[in-house]
Design a binder for this molecule. Structure first.
Ligand code: NAD
Length: 255
């Protein structure tokens, strides 16, 4: 089954974790994928390269070195979608970073970095992609929010602020672009096993046990769990779904 046959998708942060899984899933489903990331190698040593996985699937893709915080860089990635694949149908705003501080302890530089990548970067990608998405008959924007974009999370001030803004910007954009039939939705993952949390999963068994106890489903999420939800939001099956923030969290926010 190829649910995204001949669609063109741009995935930011595609080299690692959730972005890697989304790009691979989209490639498997027939999409032509623009991999937009500041780096080529996955962040975790035991993670398979997205290039190898897409090659194995015989999928069509291109890599564009992209920093989502820089307008020129983002425009280059959108241009690659147009020049190499003829347009753009799906934008996945996945690139994101995380630092753990309460507001009082947050260095200004790290506040700015989180806002730059998680929020300003997403805005810049939407702005650059919208003219192409408006030309598409299957236009979809999928933003990576978080459970911390739905509720507060201890010791994560800047991250919660950035992801809360991503959730509400998703709802806002859904209103502005519904008449153009551009679906705008977000995903709110719980703990997904990626580089973003690899260190404390290894070194802090107490915190790990707390998270496990708070997650009704008896395991943590895998990047593929989020990729499968992204596939639904990228496909025609979600044409009447817009402005929603879909939790992929094993029931964490249902408590
Ligand atoms: P990750 O650290 O494994 O991968 C992030 C990717 O983004 C990396 O390849 C990195 O190089 C890239 N990136 C970082 N800054 C960039 C920039 N300026 N321009 C372009 N690319 C950049 O992270 P992940 O866990 O896969 O997270 C992906 C998204 O999902 C993020 O937005 C994150 O906040 C969100 N999320 C993750 C979790 C989780 O538990 N892992 C939970 C909720 C939300």
């Amino acid at each position: 089954m190829t649910r995204l046959q001949d669609r063109v998708a741009l995935v930011t942060g595609a080299s690692s974790g959730i972005g890697n899984a989304i790009a691979t899933t989209f490639g498997r489903e027939g999409a032509k994928v623009v991999l937009a990331d500041v780096r080529k190698e996955p962040k975790l040593e035991d993670e398979r390269s997205v290039f190898d996985k897409l090659d194995e699937l015989d999928a069509t893709y291109t890599y564009v070195e992209t920093d989502v915080t820089t307008p020129e860089s983002v425009e280059k990635a959108v241009e690659a979608a147009v020049s190499e694949f003829g347009g753009l149908d799906i934008l996945v705003n996945n690139a994101g970073i995380y630092y753990q501080y309460a507001v009082g302890e947050t260095p200004l530089e790290e506040w700015d970095q989180i806002m730059d990548v998680n929020l300003r970067g997403l805005f810049l990608c939407c702005k650059a992609a919208l003219p192409e998405l408006e030309r598409s008959e299957h236009a979809k924007i999928i933003n990576l929010s978080s459970i911390y974009g739905l509720v507060g999370g201890k010791g994560s001030g800047a991250y919660c602020a950035s992801k809360g803004a991503v959730s509400n910007l998703t709802r806002q954009m859904a209103l502005d672009y519904a008449a153009d039939e551009i679906n705008v939705n977000a995903l709110a993952p719980g703990i997904i096993k990626t580089a973003q949390n690899a260190e404390w999963r290894e070194t802090d068994p107490e915190l790990l046990a707390d998270w496990q106890a708070a997650t009704p489903w008896p395991r943590f999420g895998e990047p593929e769990d989020v990729a499968n939800a992204a596939l639904f939001l990228a496909s025609d099956e979600s044409d009447f779904v817009t402005g929603t923030v879909l939790s992929v969290d094993g029931g964490w926010t249902a408590r």
